[in-house]
Design a protein around this ligand. Structure first.
Ligand code: GLC
Length: 534
């Protein structure tokens, strides 16, 4: 039942992954052709970003019908086939569930805004003035200065935590609560294995609060969980709650709310540790991370479809991160950085692999982002977050093997620069090369999956490890692993004399390692060791 605790998730944009019908947009037909790839890579669960009818003003996170498929992606029949074929390969699939808001084009909003007496008026949050809930931050702060917009039709303001084209649903309405449960039932009936639940902290609003993480929100989320446990046991709920660990903790409840929650604060600290060649930020945040119920699991990640968010760091650390990783204004967005992993690492293979090693060996179920496993680049000429959502690079042929359409019909240009372009960086070439990044990530993935201590084990720091290393033990009931990382660009020597450890098995190479008074790691090197007969 807790399959998600020892698993590898993979996030993909159906629009960006593969185009099956040659119209320039990724679709379910294309995805079907590449499921074998995901299985080969070692993926256990595919997270699909929204594929529902939508005017696509926020790339599908603005839903105009919860009960259909955007025609560009295919039909409901094809979706069923995707679910079946994913299951056929022993994998699971979770779509995004966008609960907090709809598109302004959703029939509910169209009806609600018609007049103040509309029968659906209470599906959304209205006000005569834009002053209510003044303690609430604006998330898309580069484009918005208020969470209220005036609706000229009915003359009142409506509430939105994201773009004005995404009015927030009013969860104080019992009808909204029921409508969302019906939507959940509909997709679970179709066989999906759960949901990545979008923007969960913002469901309710209360005056005098930040309108985030409110008790009412938790109560409703628990109701959803109860419903799922009773009707669809074994399905998983993964929370997107971009919060500090202590505020994320309640989303696990007593094991009766979310099964999983992303660890947002850990992510930027992995980058920070590498930039500063200092482990303090990682150790500090994990020491602050409370224990979660045994049936729950963190979701960890390096990048996703959004900007690399710096909301969960101090203002000084944010400045440092921006200066280090996004020196150009154009590389920044809202409170984050709109770049992909490989460019952030200066395309240094050692650093990219090191980041993956930390992702796999620190607590949490790793959630990979499509394209990062081959080291795809980004396109800063595209607006908003689109630069990290470009077509997957399958091979060196026209359109990166993503689509057979004319290049100008692509939903987005493929990356075509000399370093990250599809002629150099693609799945086909890397699959054929045993030394490629892709094969290395695949190897890490499969090794991770056979080492239960990495998903379930407790974490203990190696107390006297140098600050420019990250060394720790992971120990589950029947497995102990000693994991070492060199965060620096020079060799680092780790004191091991006092460990009582004379020999170990290198889990990544299968070789025996003799351990003396120290272990020396090359620049940005890492080791996953299991002790031998000490
Ligand atoms: C989440 C999504 C993001 C979207 C927002 C509004 O944060 O990850 O892409 O824009 O919600 O739905």
């Amino acid at each position: 039942m807790t399959w998600y605790k020892n698993a590898v998730f993979y996030e993909l944009y159906p629009r960006a992954f593969a185009d099956g019908n040659g119209d320039g947009w990724g679709d379910f037909g294309g995805l079907l052709e590449h499921l074998d790839y995901l299985q080969w890579l070692g993926v256990d669960c595919v997270w699909l970003t929204p594929f529902f009818p939508s005017p696509l003003k926020d790339d599908g996170y603005d839903i105009s019908s919860f009960y259909g498929i955007h025609p560009q992606y295919g039909t409901l029949e094809e979706f069923r086939l995707v679910v079946d074929e994913i299951h056929e390969r022993g994998m699971k699939v979770i779509p995004d569930l966008v609960m907090n808001h709809t598109s302004e084009e959703h029939p509910w909003f169209r009806m609600a805004r018609r007049s103040r007496e509309s029968r659906l008026r209470d599906f959304y949050v209205w006000s005569d003035t834009p002053d209510r809930y003044a303690g609430t931050r604006v998330i898309f702060c580069d484009t918005l200065d208020s969470n209220w917009s005036l609706d000229p039709v009915s003359g009142q303001y409506y509430w939105h935590r994201f773009f004005a084209s995404q009015p927030d649903l009013n969860y104080d309405s019992p009808r909204v609560q029921q409508a969302m449960l019906d939507i959940i039932k509909y997709w679970l009936d179709l066989g999906v294995d759960g949901f990545r639940v979008d923007a969960v902290p913002y469901l309710f609003e209360r005056e005098g609060t930040t309108c985030e993480n409110l008790p009412e929100t938790h109560a409703y989320l628990k109701r959803i969980r109860r419903y799922i446990d009773e009707t669809f046991p074994g399905r998983v709920l993964l929370a997107e709650a971009n919060q500090w660990p202590k505020d994320t903790l309640p989303y696990f409840g007593d094991g009766d709310e979310f099964h999983m929650g992303f660890h947002f604060p850990l992510m930027p600290r992995l980058y920070m540790a590498l930039a500063r060649q200092d482990n303090a930020s990682i150790i500090d945040i994990l020491n602050q991370t409370p224990d979660i119920p045994a049936c729950c699991q963190w979701g960890s990640f390096l990048r996703n479809h959004d900007e690399l968010t710096l909301e969960m760091v101090t203002p000084e650390d944010r400045e440092f991160m921006w200066n280090f990783y996004a020196p150009e204004r154009d590389q920044r967005l809202n409170m984050g950085i709109r770049r992909r992993l490989a460019p952030l690492m200066g395309n240094d293979r050692r650093k990219i692999a090191l980041m993956y090693s930390m992702l796999y060996t620190l607590p949490g179920t790793p959630v990979l982002y499509y394209g990062d496993e081959i080291g795809m680049g980004d396109n800063l000429a595209l607006p908003d977050r689109n630069g990290v959502r470009t077509p997957m690079q399958w091979d060196a042929s026209l359109n990166a093997g993503f689509s057979s359409c004319a290049p100008d019909a692509l939903y987005s240009p493929v990356i075509d620069d000399p370093v990250y372009g599809y002629r150099q960086v693609n799945v086909q070439a890397q699959r054929a090369d045993p030394a490629s990044l892709l094969n290395q990530i695949r190897h890490l993935t499969h090794t991770f999956k056979r080492l239960p201590a990495l998903s379930e084990g407790r974490l203990d720091w190696l107390a006297d490890a140098p600050a420019n290393s990250l060394c720790f033990w992971r120990a589950s009931e029947d497995q102990r692993l000693f994991v070492l990382h060199n965060l620096s660009d020079a060799p680092v020597s780790i004191p091991t004399a006092h460990l009582g450890l004379w020999a170990a098995r290198n889990e990544l190479t299968g070789q025996r390692v003799e351990i003396g008074a120290t272990l020396v790691l090359p620049p940005f090197g890492f080791l996953w060791l299991s002790p031998l007969g000490s």
